[in-house]
Design a protein around this ligand. Structure first.
Ligand code: PLP
Length: 257
């Protein structure tokens, strides 16, 4: 059977753990056919980001036209956008209805501290998102309020969902909630907590990218948002567990797709 086509619009990671490379691995692992629009090239490895080259907005538009003009794309995720001008190019396509089942991962700062995007760029895309997936730091940057507890995650998810995206998942991988990793999903008039056992590992590079890519695959298959988000959380927990004893690079290693 022909696989369903998904699209990632994101930056590359030369170390293969995050960004476009992670997204394509998730798409393949979950049985989708992955296409990709590159927004920026990063030089990075498991220790961090060494350099970033944002691509010109027209190059992003050209890639979008090539992919969307040929493939029957069923769901899209965005990751690192790099510059406001690139975000505008992607937002134009979203506004024109060319990006179905849009999942927006508001990538702002790499765990290593390197800036990969700006709030004003992410905000251009949020109104078109079916699901947005900020982590706690990103949710704090987008709401202007601290997000360090589950209660604050609930408040941030509800505030963000009221302001644009149909659904918001604030991911809580950085919050230790009594040995659990709790994500908060708000939207459609409901707020739910998704729980999984915390996986004790430093090899979590690309977790956010993988989560949003997995949501996109499930939306492409027609799952409702809460089902897609729960399945993606299970996928990420499995991928973290599988790689926890891997030794790839000296820093934060990738997940096991
Ligand atoms: N590099 C790229 C290209 C990304 O898209 C992301 C994503 O979120 C990261 C790096 C950040 O990865 P992490 O903070 O998990 O190291």
């Amino acid at each position: 059977m022909t696989p369903r086509t998904t699209l990632t619009i994101a930056g590359s990671d030369s170390g293969g753990g995050a960004g476009i490379q992670a997204d394509l691995k998730v798409f393949a692992a979950l049985g989708a056919y992955g296409t990709s629009v590159l927004t920026a090239v990063t030089a990075q490895n498991t220790r961090g980001v060494d350099a970033v080259l944002p691509l010109p907005p027209q190059t992003v538009r050209d890639q979008l036209d090539s992919v969307l003009g040929d493939f029957d794309v069923r769901a899209v995720k965005t990751g690192m956008l790099g510059t406001p001008a690139v975000a505008d190019a992607v937002a134009e396509a979203a506004k024109a209805g060319r990006l179905p089942h849009l999942v927006v991962d508001p990538v702002l700062v790499a765990t290593s501290g390197h800036r990969l995007g700006v709030v004003s760029a992410v905000e251009r895309l949020l109104p078109y998102a079916e699901v947005a997936t900020p982590n706690c730091a990103e949710a704090a940057a987008l709401t202007g309020r601290p997000v360090t507890t589950v209660e604050e995650m609930v408040a941030a998810a509800e505030a963000l969902a009221a302001a644009g995206p149909a659904h918001v998942v604030v991911t809580g991988g950085d919050v230790d909630a009594a040995g659990e990793s709790v994500d908060v999903l708000a939207g459609g008039g409901a707020t739910t907590l998704l729980r999984a056992p915390r996986v004790p590992t430093r090899h979590n590079h690309g977790t956010g990218c993988s989560f949003s890519a997995a949501i996109a695959v499930r939306l492409a298959a027609g799952d409702p948002v809460p089902v897609a988000v729960a399945a993606a959380k299970e996928y990420v927990t499995r991928a973290l567990t599988g790689a926890r004893h891997w030794e790839l690079g000296a820093g934060r290693g990738p997940l096991d797709h």
